[in-house]
Design a protein around this ligand. Structure first.
Ligand code: NAD
Length: 480
């Protein structure tokens, strides 16, 4: 069946090419999909432009747009098992994690459905002159290009699609070429929910062949991108000549700051989960562990002891606690970072190699790795490796903890562990990141904004600001 969705019709790629998708856990064929190119991208933009300029969606009352998003949430819940399976086959992620993601995705559609249906941000402006009716209304931005990564394929897509539709935009979605299947399934659900043709368009393919032409196209009004820093810079530059609105959700190198007075067991537990969940392929992973001097030795000893025995396995292995990396190339990159860390003076405490279990030989596995005695200038501490690699640095006091936590170009997330509430809030307030957890790691809710400071990007997803990102405020002044 054709997998590109353009102007309400399923179609094959102009080039006639297809791409095989293989599960990173064992090389099982997950499917073969159409591989789009620049001509498909141009056709999809034309369809989205036409649907915005002439189509019913931007003029559909917000209440009805909200209702459609709620129907999509119901359909996502209905198809949870099939969606989770498809996501796990594409990514190699444990099925239980994909199922959890699907619940979050339905919640995201439900949240934006209710927010949209409630209407509400338009307002009357009091000019002080009774002869004037002055109001600020919120309109859709227009044609949005939505570009997403492979680590949380459908979740990152939902964070864009739900508010973009809620605000009345039309869009072209380009998922990662490595993980296309759940985007295809989502298009089917949007259609089933009653979304008019041309409102949602899908083009599969690589960044250079599809993403770049979409970003450059003058008929596009906005690009919302989630992915790596280097690609984010390219997208910002490509959008500049036509002054498109850009929202960037980029990488992170997130500090997990543990004070000596932390709840010890919880802090050890979360230090592990924060970086080894989904093999560290999480933008908000706690990849930099900062431990107070007096706690350092015992704490790292315990983290290492537990990291050594984390069971690795594929999506359907119920004993596995973490899985493979997305590709051979990505594993090569992780290996190079670990080698650089050791060469620059880090002490390898565990991992640093591929597992020797023959059952894992066909997947892109890499052992949970802890590098101790790290310093801020090391490459492995500075760059986002995006793998199961924990670097450990020591700090003496609050002031040094804050300096180390902020010694990064990124600013996506961070965590503070301390039972001294005053101290925890003081440090949290000084960490320059879009999300800070105190005595926890990773939770988020669709009601609260998500996004980065510094080179983790700009713009917000989720929360009221996540909807506003896809709106333009317009002032309408009427002389009565
Ligand atoms: P990536 O930047 O390589 O690719 C992301 C997407 O951009 C893919 O769809 C890709 O095909 C496309 N792309 C590549 N080059 C392009 C170009 N020139 N023009 C337009 N599109 C192009 O990132 P990735 O490896 O897929 O994902 C991992 C990265 O995503 C990590 O850095 C991670 O931190 C980040 N991420 C951030 C968040 C967040 O919320 N901030 C969430 C998830 C992932």
């Amino acid at each position: 069946m054709p997998e590109l969705f353009i102007g309400g019709t399923w179609t094959t790629a102009v080039s006639g090419q297809v791409r095989e998708i293989r599960c990173p856990a064992d090389g099982t064929l997950a499917g073969a999909v159409d591989e789009g190119g620049p001509k498909d991208a141009a056709a999809a933009v034309a369809a989205a432009r036409d649907a915005f300029d002439r189509g019913p969606w931007p003029a559909t009352p917000a209440v009805e747009r909200g209702r459609l998003l709620l129907r999509v949430a119901d359909l996502l819940e209905r198809d949870r098992a099939a969606l989770a399976r498809a996501e796990s086959l594409d990514t190699g992620k444990r099925l239980v994690e994909s199922e959890y993601d699907m619940d979050d995705i339905a919640s995201c559609f439900r949240y934006f459905g209710n927010l949209t249906a409630a209407g509400g941000t338009d307002r009357i402006v009091d000019t002080g002159n009774p002869e004037i009716d002055s109001r600020v209304v919120h309109e859709p931005v227009g044609v949005c290009v939505l570009i997403t990564p492979w680590n949380y394929p459908l979740l990152q897509t939902a964070w864009k699609v739900a508010p973009a539709l809620g605000a009345g935009n039309t869009f072209v979605l380009k998922p990662s070429e490595l993980t296309p299947h759940t985007a295809i399934l989502l298009m089917r659900l949007l259609t089933e929910a009653g979304l008019p043709g041309g409102t949602a368009n899908l083009v599969l393919g690589t960044g250079p062949a599809v993403g770049a032409p979409l970003t450059e196209d003058p008929r596009v009004d906005m690009v919302s991108f989630t992915g790596g820093l280097v690609t984010g810079r390219r997208i910002m530059a490509a959008a500049a000549p036509t002054v498109k609105k850009v929202a960037l959700e980029l990488g992170g190198k997130n500090p997990n700051v543990v004070f000596a007075d932390a709840d010890y067991e919880a802090a050890v537990d979360y230090a592990l989960t924060a970086v080894f969940l989904h093999s560290g392929q999480v933008c908000s992973a706690g990849a930099r562990l900062l431990v107070q001097d007096e706690l350092h030795d015992a704490f790292v000893e315990d983290v290492v002891a537990r990291a050594r025995v984390i069971p690795l396995g594929g999506p359907f292995d119920e004993h596995a606690r973490t899985g493979p990396l997305i590709s051979a190339a990505h594993r090569d990159k992780i290996e190079a970072y670990v080698a650089a860390g050791i060469a620059e003076g880090a002490v390898l405490r565990c991992g640093g190699a591929r597992p020797d279990d023959p059952e894992l030989r066909d997947g892109y596995y890499y052992l949970p790795t802890v590098l101790d005695e790290c310093t801020p200038e090391m490459t492995v501490v500075r760059d986002e490796s995006f793998g199961p690699v924990l670097t450990v640095e020591r700090f003496r006091d609050e002031a040094e903890a804050v300096l180390l936590a902020n010694d990064t170009v990124y600013g996506l997330s961070g965590a503070v562990w301390s039972q001294d509430v005053g101290r925890a809030h003081r440090v949290a307030a000084r960490i320059r990141a879009g999300t800070v957890w105190i005595n926890d790691f990773q939770p988020y809710v669709p009601q609260a904004e998500w996004g980065g400071m510094k080179q983790s990007g700009f713009g917000r997803e989720l929360g009221p600001a996540g909807l506003a990102e896809y709106q333009e405020a317009k002032h309408v002044w009427r002389n009565l």
